[in-house]
Design a binder for this molecule. Structure first.
Ligand code: SF4
Length: 634
């Protein structure tokens, strides 16, 4: 076994070889392995070295699953360095929506939910020339697929090359998958039934011959919960009634009206968040039998005629009608599933999976090896329980944080605690952020606990700094917009990125050199009360009442905060500053859970602005401007 064969760099950094070896052994033995390594450790390179070495020896394939599309590209950049030296067929795969060239040329806007209809309609009616060309351009398409698998190129290049030969880039990618030894994709392709079939039915990925690696694995529970949650509000039903009226669908309109009245009455009289599914079914079907609801759900969720009519006349797709159909289908199939709860909350209903752990175990059971990576899994026994793994699961802790020189300032004078949120509090928080930024310590990442807090802070920070130095994340950014936003942050020296904790910029984004020297974590992203939370509390409390708050609320919030705090650390000798702007971080329970690198050099007090300026000034003086890591990479 030659681990170095799959390492691009001259040598392993301290701790990386041990990690690569652990991964190699887990892959050879077909074990599960959890890896905890601090940000900047270089775990992707080490994990790739170990897994690729084992895959080569035993002729296995690798599925590298990331939470976000941006993380896919970061992993593929590392893979592309290896492709310079090795014949490694590796393909990145994201959702079909991201590849569609036809939609990009059209003025007809299509939501990601309705995209399936759009593509089906054009392909079935021979209206997509990018699809029709696939057979005509067989050689060119095969060549492009081969090029894509042997040499990673950015998504925009694939689109451009596909446009040049006028072929659908998604189909090119599908073709490239067939010969790939490694696929980097999102969690969806592992857990979502429809997406999963692409990998495991139409390609040669056989789970028992596959190593699956989950990046940022602390997100898995949230992801699986989100995948199963289907919600429907009375407002959605009103919209669906209007859509059916506009499309002259009289019988559908009558049925939707009936549903709306019954669901509205039910929600307004419901006294508990928990809804007995059988009673709700009886209420919905009043005057009909269950088959009526099943037929209606089928008609709404497969309103092919309606959707096709909308596309052919370039009208908006009947999104709300399809949504009601999806909810009814999910409700009917939840009737026999005890892990799927029905809840009622403020005029809306939700179906929630209260046991994501069970689904994770079932969804990964058949893989030869499962590797879970994270910068923060402590306390590990709770992390393992949160995704249904036994406490005997092997854990590799990469202890390599000693070289980090991070100073942490915990500010006791501010908080984003819900009851204390006010204009004054936001002004206080933003004045601290502005004080840091005006001292120009290099790039700064400010991570808010929610979009609500981000939107409250944004104008105040902009007032103090001016809009030129501020880059702000917004909720519904497309991938393209996100890339442009990140590019503009990286191009502007000493600028401030305002993003949310747990979002696309706070995890899996690289900021080498001085692109980010300071992380400012504003508040704790504790989830607000909701039926999802109550349902999870009640389920988890059955087995461990004492830890239900910790597992369901506090730990996920802390993981997002600690990930954000470490966002500026990309090399093991990094000198950095972290501000924790919330007095709640001083709570002993949180201190006990804080990673050692973050609390080794920690000062806590209500900081006057002049003191903050002084600390950043000293930081600027002490910081080396040439942070060259042991691999020679800036
Ligand atoms: S086949 Fe490709 S280009 Fe054509 S509509 Fe579907 S995704 Fe778009």
């Amino acid at each position: 076994m030659e681990l170095e064969e799959f390492l691009y760099y001259k040598s392993f950094r301290p701790g990386q070889r041990e990690l690569a070896l652990s991964v190699y052994e887990a892959c050879k033995r077909g074990e599960r392995l959890v890896v905890e390594a601090v940000s900047g450790f270089g775990k992707t390179a080490a994990v790739l070295a170990g897994s690729l070495a084992a895959a080569k020896e035993d002729d296995l394939k690798i599925l590298y699953a990331c939470r976000t599309k941006r993380q896919i590209w970061r992993v593929m950049e590392e893979v592309s360095r290896l492709q310079d030296r090795n014949q490694l067929a590796a393909v990145d795969l994201s959702s079909k929506y991201d590849y569609c060239l036809l939609m990009r040329k059209s003025h007809f806007s299509v939501s990601s939910e309705a995209f399936r209809w759009y593509c089906n309609f054009h392909v079935t009616n021979n209206l997509c020339s990018y699809f029709l060309n696939l057979t005509l351009l067989n050689n060119k398409v095969t060549n492009l697929a081969h090029q894509k698998s042997m040499r990673f190129f950015p998504h925009s290049t694939l689109l451009q090359k596909s446009e040049e030969i006028h072929a659908c880039p998604y189909e090119v990618t599908r073709l490239a998958l067939a010969g790939a030894k490694m696929v980097t994709t999102t969690y969806h392709y592992i857990f979502d039934e429809t997406s999963r079939s692409l990998l495991f039915t139409s390609t040669q990925f056989e789970p028992s011959r596959t190593i699956v690696i989950f990046d940022e694995a602390h997100n898995l529970r949230d992801f699986i919960r989100g995948l199963f949650t289907v919600a429907l509000s009375v407002t959605d039903l009103e919209r669906a009634v209007n859509e059916s009226k506009e499309l002259y669908l009289e019988s559908v309109q009558d049925a939707l009206r009936t549903l709306k009245t019954r669901i509205q009455d039910f929600c307004s009289t419901s006294k508990s968040w928990f809804v007995d599914k059988e009673s709700f079914l009886k209420e919905l079907c009043r005057g009909h039998d269950k088959t009526w609801l099943a037929n209606l759900s089928f008609e709404l969720s497969t309103s092919a005629g309606v959707a096709w009519y909308s596309i052919s006349t370039e009208r908006k797709l009947p999104h709300s009608i399809l949504m009601v159909g999806k909810f009814l289908t999910a409700f009917l199939s939840s009737l026999t599933e005890e892990n799927l709860f029905l809840t009622s909350w403020e005029n809306s209903l939700s179906i929630i999976n209260v046991d994501p752990a069970k689904f994770f175990v079932e969804g990964t059971r058949k893989f030869k090896t499962t590797i879970l990576l994270s910068a923060t899994v402590s306390p590990s026994e709770l992390f393992l329980r949160s995704i249904g793994l036994p406490s005997s699961t092997r854990l590799h802790r990469a202890e390599q944080d000693l070289a980090l020189q991070i100073t942490t300032l915990l500010d006791l004078g501010v908080t984003t605690k819900f009851k204390l949120r006010s204009y004054e509090m936001y002004s206080k928080i933003s004045s601290r952020i502005v004080a840091v930024a005006l001292m120009r310590p290099g790039g700064i990442g400010v991570f808010a606990p929610s979009y609500t807090v981000l939107e409250a802070l944004s104008p105040l920070i902009e007032k103090g700094l001016g809009s030129e130095s501020l880059v702000v994340e917004s909720k519904k950014l497309t991938n393209q917009e996100a890339s442009e936003l990140m590019k503009s942050f990286k191009e502007r020296k000493d600028s401030v990125l305002l993003a949310v904790q747990g979002g696309r910029f706070s995890e899996g984004e690289d900021f080498p050199g001085d692109l980010m020297n300071v992380s400012i974590v504003v508040g704790l992203s504790l989830p607000p009360p909701s039926p999802t939370l109550f349902a999870e509390y009640s389920t988890f409390a059955k087995s461990d009442r004492n830890n239900s708050y910790l597992l369901v609320s506090l730990l996920p919030a802390l993981r997002k905060a600690f990930q954000s705090a470490g966002r500026h650390i990309r090399t093991p000798n990094k000198k950095g500053l972290v501000f924790l702007l919330d007095s709640r971080f001083a709570d002993q329970r949180i201190m006990d859970l804080m990673p050692s690198w973050l609390k080794r050099n920690l000062i806590q007090k209500d900081f006057p602005l002049t003191e903050i300026e002084g600390i950043v000034r000293d930081f600027n003086l002490n910081r080396s401007t040439s942070q060259i890591d042991s691999n020679g990479i800036r």
